[in-house]
Write a protein that binds this ligand. Structure first.
Ligand code: COA
Length: 393
């Protein structure tokens, strides 16, 4: 198949004919907590079994954040790995997007914490909330920003600590989720390829099927919201399952078609890892063999917006993705949201040498020092100057 430049279809695809800028993934990284939780351990907490969980979901074990892990620390680890592979300095980043359903705080954004820790002094930073579709949304936005010329280098992270919002007494949900983070660095290039087409969709009428109702402006935190378990995941598993099997194949077909490709051209599909049966149903509906679907759900469970970048990272590092391959990322999640992207994989630059890696480490150390100094200076300034005057306001 010749180099394609997907066409603009007025339906949300980012395909363009005659583009001069392309957005390539040049770095990738992942971070997982070391603590492994097996199905047998969950069976000690709720009425379930390893056999049931494996048969109905494909999950054997998942990772659980330790006391020192959080969405931001996992995001930072994944980001550092991705920058290392890309051999990009944090100062070169124009934008950092963290897709997450479990942000460090309601605000400030987790992305701003990562920006500060990396010392990415020239980057804007914000969080993106689109449930498990978050990474695909963020990738699409990052690619558009690069293609439009508004940015040259963008860091996209999917990071989650779902174990902190799971109801460990609800066997319908606690078996599914895990913690982790994945990140990619995207960079502008005039070489055709990279993110070719994307599709983003939503249907808010299904919002209550997968929700965390407490803690926002509708139900601010109170003893009642805590007692009623409103700060935990609430899910209608059957309905989400039905929705997912419908949209996964539709979205895949759509982005592939918009890219001027056929399903036969696709070397690998990286689907959101929610349930092996959903992935199998999508493969059946697309007429694709399971060998073309990347699956790692057995080891990590559903890590929401981190699932696709973690799978992408593993697929690249295990040689499942080769230069000039066309791949599809496809996800669904809370919102309801769903989305997909077609990517043409291009050869990537060599990763940082040991010397360059040391230089990166010095930069992170310097960033921490600078951040501490800024905090100190802000406090000192406010002591010396007192409250802000009318003219300062
Ligand atoms: N262990 C044992 N039995 C369980 C169980 C568990 N962990 N969870 C549910 N069951 C029981 C149910 O109570 C039900 O029993 P009943 O027939 O006596 O009422 C039975 O198993 C079947 O329940 P059902 O909900 O139909 O199971 P399922 O095959 O749909 O599997 C999910 C449940 C949650 C695994 C499945 O619906 C799913 O994966 N949905 C999608 C969820 C998802 O992807 N969410 C994230 C979106 S990003």
């Amino acid at each position: 198949m010749a180099d394609h430049h997907g066409k603009s279809n007025g339906r949300g695809s980012n395909g363009r004919n005659g583009r001069s800028r392309y957005a390539h993934i040049i770095g990738w990284g992942m971070a997982l907590p070391s603590r492994v939780m097996t199905n047998d351990e969950i069976a000690q907490m709720v009425d379930t079994s390893d056999a049931w969980i494996r048969e109905r979901t494909g999950i054997r074990e998942r990772r659980i954040a330790g006391a020192k892990d959080s969405t931001a620390t996992l995001a930072l680890r994944a980001a550092k790995c991705a920058l290392e592979v890309a051999n990009v300095s944090p100062a070169d980043l124009n934008l950092i997007i963290v897709a997450t359903a479990t942000p460090e705080y309601l605000f400030p954004a987790t992305a701003c914490l990562v920006q500060d820790w990396l010392g990415a002094e020239n980057a804007g930073a914000f969080d993106l909330s689109a449930g498990c579709t978050g990474f695909v949304y963020a990738l699409s936005l990052a690619a558009q920003t690069i293609i439009s010329g508004a940015a040259d280098t963008v860091l996209v992270i999917g990071s989650e600590t779902l174990s902190r919002i799971v109801d460990w007494q609800d066997r319908g949900t606690c078996i599914l989720f895990g913690d982790g983070a994945g990140a990619v660095v995207l960079r502008a290039s005039n070489m055709p390829g990279g993110v070719l087409t994307t599709l983003l969709r939503s249907d808010g009428s299904g919002g209550e099927l997968l929700a965390l109702p407490g803690g926002g402006s509708r139900y601010p935190p109170s003893p009642t919201t805590v007692l009623n378990g409103m700060h935990k995941i609430h899910m209608n598993g059957r309905e989400v399952f039905r929705f997912a099997t419908r949209v996964m194949a539709q979205a895949t077909r759509s982005v592939v078609e918009d890219a001027g490709l056929t399903l036969e051209d696709i070397a690998l599909v990286i689907p959101h890892q929610a349930n092996i049966r959903i992935i199998e149903a999508a493969a059946r509906s697309l007429g694709m063999p399971m060998e073309k679907m990347y699956v790692n759900i057995e080891r990590y469970g559903n890590t929401s917006s981190a699932s696709i970048p973690i799978a992408l990272c593993e697929a690249i590092e295990s040689g499942r993705i080769k230069a000039d391959d066309y791949i599809v990322l496809v996800a669904f999640g809370a919102g309801l949201t769903w989305g997909a992207a077609t990517i043409k994989w291009v050869p990537t630059p060599p990763p940082a040498s040991p010397l360059e890696q040391r230089a990166h480490a010095v930069r992170y150390w310097w960033a921490a020092l600078r951040s501490a100094w800024r905090r100190f200076w802000r406090r000192l300034e406010s002591r010396l100057k007192g409250p802000a005057t009318a003219s300062e306001k």
